[in-house]
Ligand binder design. Sequence first.
Ligand SMILES: [Fe+2]
Length: 281
Amino acid sequence: MAGHRRRRGWLAWIGVLVFLRLADLSFVALSPGRRAVSAVLPGPGGAGVRHTTRLRARGDVAAAYELPPLPFDYDALEPIIDKETMKFHHDNHHNTYIQNINKALDGQERPALVELQKAAIQSGTAIRNSGGGAYNHNFYWLGLAPVGRGGEPSDKLAAAIKEAFGSFDEFKAKFEAAGAPGARFGSGWVWLVVKADGQLAITSTPNQDNPLMDGVEGTPGIPILVCDLWEHAYYLKYQYRRPEYVKAFWSVVNWNQVNAWYDDAVMGKAPMAEASVSASA
Ligand SMILES: [Fe+2]
């Protein structure tokens, strides 16, 4: 009986040794299970940019980014934004940015998307375009609501808009002008931001840039409202008439969300833009 137990003990030890050999558990020596690594990512003009990140121990690498579901049905923004556009925009365009940022950070830590934005331009085109595209689209969906479901600007936000732009109508006119093809040629975004001094400003960014990125064109700040100016956002319904789309956009703004983002922004907090929330909240 004792011999049998000894044999079982030896077999267990052999099993453990084989497992350690196969599993390459060298990371267990790292404390607290993380280590700094750096990689050279593609930079502007083909130059490499060193990007340092913290790798988690194997088995604890952050989960891949996921395409968040729309906070409403595909046809919920009709007739302002058509179902077909919403489907292609979310399922194809947005999803491509999510997949590409996952590829760009394969094997590395994947922090909250908002944390990628500040250094995105210096980190190179993969982080800038795919990380920007993933964040911007998350943000865009959350800032939309079906007609009549988005609420109104809070008293606090309305007062700040009046102070910065003269009136709400003036604000809308300036936002629409900044989003017109003559002001933002090609693809991009038009934003309402809270600047470092707490004041509101309208700005636009090219491609998938956003106002959180260091070195971005236009006015940097914490974004609280955005309209996607890429043709894929409106072309099926509005074709070349982008100004008509931006004007119609006001009917589907989720002011409830914008108000909450404004409250955070004046405290210096940028939207995470990752959670899916009810448009009627
Ligand atoms: Fe888009």
